[in-house]
Design a protein around this ligand. Structure first.
Ligand code: NAP
Length: 258
């Protein structure tokens, strides 16, 4: 995810590419990233962190304590920390690093193809101008929404953060049905992916809700109605909502475990 942001930000007109510094602890990753001409890669934190204005924190949540310990002697109060670590609170970052300006963001996987959505919120010490600048950087991987507080960061984990997996789950079910009906692997893939892409495009290009679109596709006594009735009978919509809440609850739980 850190690399995805680096790639996105390296295209930003706000940022001189050569001012983007990447640090990772893995020697293999550093060696492979060093071959990319666009990136300035560092293997020592002390060579990059002290002169950074904005720092993106993109390690797994369970690695953060170790990272904070390493970073603490090298950070200063003018720096803005942007954390994408699930469940790690702004307060925890402030306390562990002894700094004030923190933005907490929740991205999602389609950021890798410039179609991500990131929700974000900030500590009160971050100015409006700084927030605008960071938002522009986040937007290099797709779109962003500013949320009121950290509860919405955990909630967006349940919708957009984990959401791509729900879509893949639905896709997998349709692929399996297509294969069972006798389509080849390749034809099944085209049928399913084009159906998803087309439905999303229709949705994006109109003001209609998904419910209204369903009514347009499904006529009384028809094939689509038969499928939708089967889903309703099996309570599929409620189960999907429950799944989203399970992810939300887990994000809150992870924050407490931290
Ligand atoms: N992937 C997603 O779709 C997604 C969505 C929303 C939020 N997030 C959040 O994004 C964060 C990163 O996720 P990811 O999937 O990109 O994880 P990842 O692939 O494990 O990347 C983290 C990188 O940080 C390195 N690292 C660990 N500890 C370090 C340290 N002390 N100093 C420097 N580098 C260190 C890791 O090296 P090693 O591999 O050697 O440990 C690894 O290369 C997580 O906190 C996650 O909650 C991810």
């Amino acid at each position: 995810m850190g690399l995805t942001y680096s790639e996105g930000m390296s295209t930003s007109i706000l940022l001189n590419r050569h001012k983007l510094m990447i640090y990772d602890k893995s020697p293999e990753l550093i060696a492979s990233l060093s071959k990319i001409p666009d990136f300035d890669v560092y293997d020592k934190l002390e060579d990059c962190l002290p002169q950074a204005d904005v720092v993106f924190l993109a390690v797994k949540p369970y690695h953060c304590e170790f990272l904070f310990e390493e970073m603490k002697p090298m950070v200063n109060n003018g720096q803005i920390m942007v954390s994408i670590m699930a469940g790690v609170t702004i307060e925890k970052i402030q306390e562990n690093l002894g700094i004030q300006k923190v933005i907490r963001a929740m991205p999602n996987l389609p950021a890798q193809v410039g179609k991500g959505v990131t929700s974000f919120t900030e500590s009160k010490e971050v100015s409006r101008v700084e927030l605008l600048m960071i938002r522009n950087l986040l937007d290099t991987t797709g779109e962003s929404i500013k949320v009121e507080n950290e509860t919405f960061i955990d909630a967006s984990t349940g919708i957009s953060g984990s959401g791509p997996a729900y879509v893949f789950y639905f896709m997998q079910a349709m692929l399996e049905a297509a294969l069972k009906m006798g389509f080849s692997k390749n034809d099944s893939k085209v049928l399913v992916s084009q159906t998803f892409e087309g439905a999303v495009e229709l949705f994006n290009q109109s003001d209609l809700s998904p419910d209204s679109w369903m009514k347009r596709v499904a006529s009384k006594g028809g094939t689509t109605r038969a499928a939708l009735d089967s889903m309703e009978d099996n309570n599929v919509k409620e189960l999907i909502k429950e799944a989203a809440y399970a992810a939300f609850d887990r994000a809150v739980e992870l924050g407490k475990e931290e």
